[in-house]
Write a protein of this length. Structure first.
Length: 261
């Protein structure tokens, strides 16, 4: 059970898009301890590369991710092991938002429990029309409390709680309507649309994007006054970046910017 680093899409000359593929379809791409360890390793693999611009998380098979491997959560395993599983999962989910590049979930199928948490934790999510999203832990006596952290920050509270209380799935279009995913497209357009977004991101300065992403997540949980204090300072800091000045000069001179990243 593992994730695999897939293509480093060179279609964008500004850098590359790294694709991570959840590749254990026989186990419905469950987030077992080995899968989580592999996913963390793959997320960090190229993080220091100047050329990395975007990370895409995809999956093999009809299920994007079924959540935790319930066999690991049986009473045969001790509390220490259970803690290790949930703590590593929380680390991976928060890592996604701490990475200096945007992370896109490319969802083609069912995403449940911690798999739904994974989608909610990504910066952008593109889903095929056949995709569904659910947090059904309540139905087996294990409430999806950790998935609820990501869901509660992505969805309106009452929508998130209905999912958590009932375990009933959202369709792809319902997920779009409530903000769990960014776009819904026909299955045969999923790759094209994901790469289209990736390529657009790759046209911008990596340093500017990194600053912007970090600031967005820093301010989003703050009250309005604090959020504006944080972002006002960051706007000033942004202007001190070489690419901040290059972008403004290029706009004034009516030319394309040449980013140093």
């Amino acid at each position: 059970p593992r994730s695999e680093l897939g293509d480093r899409n060179p279609a964008v000359f500004h850098g590359f898009c790294s694709t991570i593929v959840l590749n254990n379809p026989r186990r419905r791409n469950a987030l077992s301890l080995p899968m989580l360890q592999s996913l963390r390793r793959d997320l960090l693999h190229d993080v220091k590369s100047r050329e990395l611009r975007v990370i895409v998380i995809a999956a093999e098979g009809p299920v994007f991710c079924s959540g935790h491997d319930l066999k690991e959560l049986s009473s045969e395993d001790d509390v220490k092991h259970h803690s290790q599983v949930f703590e590593l999962c929380a680390e991976v989910m928060t890592l996604i938002q701490k990475l200096p590049v945007p992370v896109i979930a490319k969802v083609n199928g069912l995403a449940t429990a911690a798999g739904c948490q994974l989608v909610a934790s990504c910066d952008i999510a593109v889903a095929s029309e056949k995709s569904q999203f659910a947090t059904p832990g309540v139905n087996i006596g294990l409430f999806c409390s950790t998935p609820g952290v990501a869901l509660g920050r992505s969805l309106p509270r009452k929508v998130a709680l209905e999912m958590l209380f009932t375990g009933e799935p959202l369709s792809a279009h319902e997920a779009l309507m409530h903000g769990l995913v960014s776009k819904v497209v026909p299955e045969d357009k999923l790759e094209e649309e994901t790469m289209k977004i990736s390529q657009k991101i790759c046209e911008s300065s990596k340093s500017v994007l990194a600053l912007g992403k970090a600031t967005f997540y820093r301010q989003i949980s703050q009250d309005l006054d604090t959020a504006y204090k944080i972002t006002t300072k960051v706007m000033v800091d942004n202007l001190t970046l070489r690419d901040g000045q290059e972008g403004i000069e290029a706009f004034v001179q009516k030319r394309k910017p040449v980013w140093s990243h």
